[in-house]
Design a binder for this molecule. Structure first.
Ligand code: ARG
Length: 465
């Protein structure tokens, strides 16, 4: 590490030799934090306007800073801006260019602030915009799921436990179960936004500043609810990032569960749904293949988001107050999480409304597997038999059905009566799929009327956002 070079750093005053060129690369973050440039400029403008109001800068200086930052923003947007690794990060790149453009007034911008409160502000602004985009996509996804559910209140499919046929359910009911997971995710996302939306500006390096500042003004201008309470906490807190990635890990976990069902359901063995070709790809060797790549990839991407959650928790573990350079490591996991969530939500919001249930095949599958066995047991209980005895009776009938290749509804009355004389002709009302689902007629149950009402309530909740 002897390879040093002389560069004029913004902080070079107390140094007697240049930074080792490897260390320069090792410590730089500009390659990945330049994506916060717009937020950095937004924060600088608010800071400069506040300093002007409190008399630290004059109107002319502010005008120069505003003009210079507008030009910097244009250069970045058009791609002409020269990012430099010698200037380490997005903050110093922008400040250095501002000074080139407007002269020494540019050097006054950093009065009363530090990169520590600056970066804490930039990430919050960046993440807040990302949260709002994620909320929009999540809402679009939920609307698609709810609409599909409303169209399928009386589409019957087998419900599973242990992935074994359990009881018939409405396909709409299954879809609304997905919506409940997503509804909780939406709530977590908004909770995260609320706690994130406080402005750290004014904390400066860690202890605050000796200049007159108006923290409420900068907080308001940047759309924050209020300034943060404690300067030490302001520059060191990354809870908001961890909370966002926690939301994301749980969302992706939900999407992976939905993905798994879509993958199963598109297989030849289930064949429950049609996934439009535009969400699938083929195989280079097997001409018959149509692979559900989109749900598979979303399922796979869950792993990296879960990994980012562990990264961030471990990053913050045992960190002493206040700012530590460790925190520069927060950005890549956060940004990758945001990108992954936005892409996955977009893919799902586009894809889910386009899936088509193969109703005949779902119905056929529900008819197999003795899915109405519980209904027969409940029927016997309603006629006075203790539930455990009813369970035993139905178990025997099922064993007979397995041996003979018959479902319960396919046995005649005389056959059923061999297992219990309590059984009468009206038993067939409960052994049909429609009878079975219609009987679960209570809040949260799978009766089509309940599912229709639940879909309406779900839609109303989403519309009220
Ligand atoms: N690039 C740094 C980060 O991402 C900015 C803050 C640096 N502050 C400092 N005193 N070194 O955290």
């Amino acid at each position: 590490m002897s390879d040093t070079q002389d560069t004029s750093k913004l902080w070079g005053g107390r140094f007697s030799e240049g930074t080792d060129s490897f260390v320069q690369r090792f410590t730089a973050s500009v390659d990945f934090d330049q994506r916060m440039a717009a937020q950095d400029i937004q924060g600088s403008l608010a800071h400069a306007r506040m300093l002007t109001n409190t008399g630290v800068l004059n109107a002319e200086e502010l005008a120069d800073i505003e003009r210079g930052l507008a030009q910097v923003a244009d250069e970045i947007a058009s791609g002409e801006f020269q990012w430099s690794i010698e200037l380490e990060d997005v903050h110093m790149n922008i400040e250095a260019r501002l000074t080139q453009l407007i002269g020494s007034t540019g050097k006054k911008l950093h009065t009363g602030r530090s990169r520590n409160d600056q970066v804490a502000t930039d990430i919050r602004l960046y993440l807040r915009a990302g949260i709002d985009r994620a909320a929009t996509e999540l809402t679009r996804l939920q609307q698609g799921v709810i609409a599909l559910a409303a169209d399928n209140t009386d589409t019957v499919m087998p419900g599973f436990t242990h992935l074994q046929t359990a009881q018939p359910v409405s396909f709409g009911h299954h879809l609304l179960a997905w919506n409940e997971m997503l509804e909780r995710d939406y709530g977590r996302l908004q909770d995260c936004r609320t706690r994130l939306n406080q402005c750290p500006l004014g904390a400066a390096a860690l202890a605050g500043t000796t200049f007159p500042i108006d923290r409420v003004q900068t907080a308001n201008e940047l759309g924050f609810d209020r300034p943060t309470e404690n300067s030490l906490d302001s520059v060191s807190d990354r809870d908001f990032g961890i909370e966002f990635v926690s939301f994301a890990a749980l969302l992706m976990t939900h999407l992976s569960r939905i993905s798994e069902e879509l993958v199963l359901w598109t297989s030849a063995q289930f064949n429950f749904i049609e996934l439009p070709d535009r969400f699938c790809t083929g195989s280079s060797i097997m001409p018959q293949k149509k692979n559900p790549d989109v749900p598979e990839l979303v399922r796979g991407k869950t792993g990296r988001v879960n990994g980012h959650l562990v990264s961030l928790l471990t990053l913050m573990k045992s960190q002493p107050l206040a700012y530590n350079k460790d925190n520069q490591e927060d950005k890549e996991p956060l940004f990758d999480t945001l990108d992954t969530v936005l892409d996955s939500l977009r893919a799902f919001a586009d894809m889910l409304p386009a899936i088509r249930p193969r109703k005949d095949i779902m119905r056929e599958a529900a008819l197999r597997g003795f899915s109405t066995a519980t209904d027969l047991a409940d029927y016997l209980v309603r006629r006075g038999m203790p539930f455990r005895d009813a369970h035993e009776v139905v178990g025997k009938a099922v064993a007979h059905g397995v041996a003979e290749g018959l479902d319960l509804a396919e046995m005649d009355l005389a056959t059923l009566q061999q297992f219990s004389t309590t059984i009468e002709a009206d038993v067939f009302d409960v052994l049909t799929l429609e009878g079975s689902i219609a009987a679960r007629d209570h809040l949260g149950g799978t009766a089509p009327a309940q599912v229709a009402a639940a879909a309406q309530r779900a839609a109303a909740r989403v519309d009220a956002r």
